[in-house]
Design a protein around this ligand. Structure first.
Ligand code: PLP
Length: 360
């Protein structure tokens, strides 16, 4: 049975329908058409990046990022075991080895003090997710990456709209990626984007996502590529979402702050780094014990409110080797994500807080 208050639903009441109708009427429904360039340009202008190219989803965006950096067999990529599985799978997709670094309990992001001890001769890159929209310590990551000559890959799937010292998420890695899945800050249904610092990487990614097509002659492919393109219909929805972006971000930060102001103090919220603004993609809270978390979760679900657990630490999944990384395992069973979609009503928020406070 669907929940009365879902964990997420996209806000699609702006120009989304008009633009989709335009695609159908004009017959530009595949991966050519004006909306694609327009969407890439809108995102590029917003995050202040020159080289943005759209993709079929956030997973293919990550795959392309690793391919473009030439990461493959016998290479190691430092990452964390607390992220969405697609992030780490991308490393396996290019046959490289993920090396897990522990996280901070305050923001669930990579613990930069522990990165250096994970570096070996095989290390090529550091792939970090801004978990639940909270930004990693990119200044420290940058210092380390410079010292050891490593690439930084920013998985910004959850941090669209977040700000790190006046720079937007999506510009914090050598290559950054976004996802525009239905529950992300802005959506194209399924969709993604790759953002590059370097023009060469950008050109290679455009070629890789388009079957390795050479620009020389038709049906001449000079490298093996993929079909990882976004469609014009997806981009049309994305353009309408970008028009509504400021309002979406504001509503989400208001929701987050409402929870923070109205939930009892012993419930832990994440802490953002100084001079950063999270995207407030989801509202993650942490309870003192697994028992309390289960009680609150049950009460919310019985009252028609959907919740989500935290990620299962990646190294506990059957196709990864378990590592001795502790922090994520200590916290994930005590964590809960709360409904945080832009159109969530004040009355629903009040009800959710009341249920949580009464059952803690
Ligand atoms: C959503 C997400 C992805 C994958 O995006 P898809 O568009 O679903 O392929 C990758 N990494 C993180 C951290 C995500 O949250």
């Amino acid at each position: 049975m669907p929940f009365k208050t879902p964990i997420y639903k996209p806000s699609l009441s702006n120009n989304e329908l008009n633009y989709v109708i335009d695609c159908v009427k004009s017959s530009w429904i595949s991966s050519k058409g004006n909306y694609i360039n327009r969407f890439e340009k809108m995102v590029g202008e917003y995050i202040k990046a020159k080289y943005c190219t759209s993709t079929s989803n956030g997973t293919t965006a990550l795959h392309l990022a690793l391919l473009a950096l030439g990461i493959g067999e016998n290479d190691e990529v430092i990452t964390t075991n607390f992220t969405y599985v697609a992030s780490t799978n991308a490393i396996l997709m290019v046959k490289a080895k993920p090396v897990f670094c522990d996280i901070n309990l305050e923001d669930l992001n990579i613990n930069t003090d522990l990165i250096e001890e994970k570096i070996s001769k095989k290390t090529k890159a550091i792939l970090v997710t801004n978990v639940y929209g909270f930004l990693c310590d990119f200044e420290k990551i940058k210092t380390i990456s410079k010292k050891y000559n490593l690439f930084i890959i920013e998985d910004g799937a959850e941090s669209f709209g977040a700000v790190y010292k006046n720079r937007k998420s999506g510009t914090l890695g050598d290559i950054s990626t976004f996802s525009f899945f239905g529950n992300k800050t802005i959506t194209t249904g399924e969709g993604g984007m790759v953002i590059c610092k370097n023009k060469k990487h950008f050109e290679l990614i455009k070629k890789l996502k388009n079957q390795g097509n050479s620009n020389i002659k038709t049906y001449y492919h000079d490298i093996m590529g993929y079909n990882y393109r976004m469609t014009n219909i997806q981009a049309a929805i994305g353009c309408a979402q970008m028009e509504a972006l400021e309002s979406i971000l504001k509503k989400k930060s208001d929701i987050y702050n409402y929870y923070k102001d109205n939930l009892e103090k012993e419930i832990q919220f994440l802490t953002e780094l100084n001079n950063t603004i999270p995207s407030y993609w989801m509202t993650p809270i942490v309870f003192k014990s697994i028992m309390i978390k289960r009680r609150v979760e049950n009460a919310l679900n019985l009252n028609g409110v959907e919740t989500r657990p935290f990620f299962t630490p990646i190294d506990l999944l059957p196709f990864y080797e378990e590592d001795k990384i502790k922090s994520a395992k200590n916290i994930y069973k005590r964590g809960l994500l709360l409904p945080s979609f832009p159109d969530l009503k004040k009355t629903e928020l009040e009800k959710i807080c009341e249920i949580i406070n009464n059952n803690r």
